[in-house]
Design a protein around this ligand. Structure first.
Ligand code: PLP
Length: 332
């Protein structure tokens, strides 16, 4: 029997399903730079409505989505606060600093900041200080085991920041996982955040694409900045069709990914109750050796630190593959 290959490195490894490919092949297209691609328009309208925002912009990546949103909120020389493990400050190659001339300061601990923490960190305009004008949160939080942010804390943070004239951005690359895990109504996001970026190409399974959400004015400016970066695209409806298909057909199935992550956790000796979404973090003495040992048995995962291994479930991992991987993990 050929050895199975189980891809657990990331939920970005998903490939378009047959239904998705059909939707892409049949997509009506135009020239999105001219604003005449009906499928891109449909995706943008759909996302704006779903999340309770005025407007939306389809972009090539989550990084571009985050950066366009942040630059619409924070001017050169102003400050953004976020978590120290946020994607924005760890995986975006310093984009906020390089392109946006944005100063960042970070907090540790939990993903959603308390009012107390914000009271201490927010800097008003004043002589010699850098003014804090925005904070960014990440939901789910990839750097914190794929955990779902506490909604009450977010609401309290929103109240305080609004009172101080500070904007709030959400890196919602995996907001779908937070939604499926329960408690978060997608349509509330527009009230909670000034801007948000969402990803279609992770667990949802579209090949490419993210969407930035905000007010009509913010999105108009984001569109201008996108063009300046060379991010205008033409018959993008072919890709947008995959995004629409993913939301309509591959969102609710994320519960399977979450259930399967718990199965892997239990097998690997991690408390399944600590797994909130589709990521399992396994502490070990020697993460590279652990990764190599699993790779020998056809299971691909990654080391996030010398002593931590990450396993991520997604659309392209079958129930059988989970059972196989669980068997290997349980055998130690
Ligand atoms: C994947 C991801 C992004 C965007 O990544 P791209 O590779 O640029 O699409 C942004 N934020 C988080 C939390 C992510 O996991």
């Amino acid at each position: 029997m050929p050895q199975p290959q189980v891809e657990l490195r990331s939920d970005t490894f998903t490939t378009p399903t047959a239904g998705m490919r059909t939707a892409m092949a049949n997509a009506e297209v135009g020239d999105d730079v001219w604003g005449t691609d009906p499928t891109v328009d449909a995706l943008q309208r759909k996302c704006a409505e779903l999340f309770g925002f005025e407007a939306a912009l389809y972009v090539v990546s989550g990084t571009m989505g985050n950066q366009l949103a942040l630059r619409s909120l924070v001017q050169p020389g102003q400050e953004l606060l976020c978590h120290q493990e946020a994607h924005i400050v760890t995986y975006e190659r310093g984009a906020a600093a390089v392109h946006g001339q944005i100063t960042t300061r970070t907090w540790g601990g939990e993903g959603a900041p308390t009012v107390d923490l914000l009271e201490k960190m927010l800097r008003p305009p004043g002589f010699g200080t850098v003014q804090t004008v925005a904070i960014a949160v990440e939901n789910t939080h990839g750097g914190l085991s794929g955990s779902v942010l506490d909604l009450d804390r977010l609401r309290a943070a929103r109240e305080l920041t609004m009172d101080r004239g500070v904007a709030m951005h959400c890196d919602g690359a995996r907001i779908w996982n937070a939604y499926v895990a329960g408690g978060l109504a997608l349509s509330d996001c527009g009230r909670l955040f000034d801007t948000m970026s969402i990803c279609l190409s992770k667990g949802l399974g579209a090949p490419i694409g993210s969407v930035v959400l905000g007010t009509a004015d913010t999105i108009a400016r984001a569109r201008e900045m996108r063009a300046r970066l060379g991010g205008g695209w033409r018959q993008a409806g072919i890709l947008a069709a995959a995004g629409i298909y993913a939301i309509d057909n591959q969102l609710e199935r994320l519960v399977d990914d979450h259930r399967r992550a718990k199965i892997l956790a239990a097998a690997a000796g991690v408390d399944p109750d600590s797994v909130e979404t589709n990521m399992v973090f396994v502490p070990t003495d020697d993460a590279p050796a652990y990764v190599a040992r699993l790779a020998d048995q056809g299971i691909l995962c990654s080391a996030t630190s010398p002593t931590m291994v990450r396993l991520v479930t997604h659309l392209d991992v079958s129930e059988d593959q989970i059972a196989y991987a669980a068997g290997i993990l349980a055998a130690g």
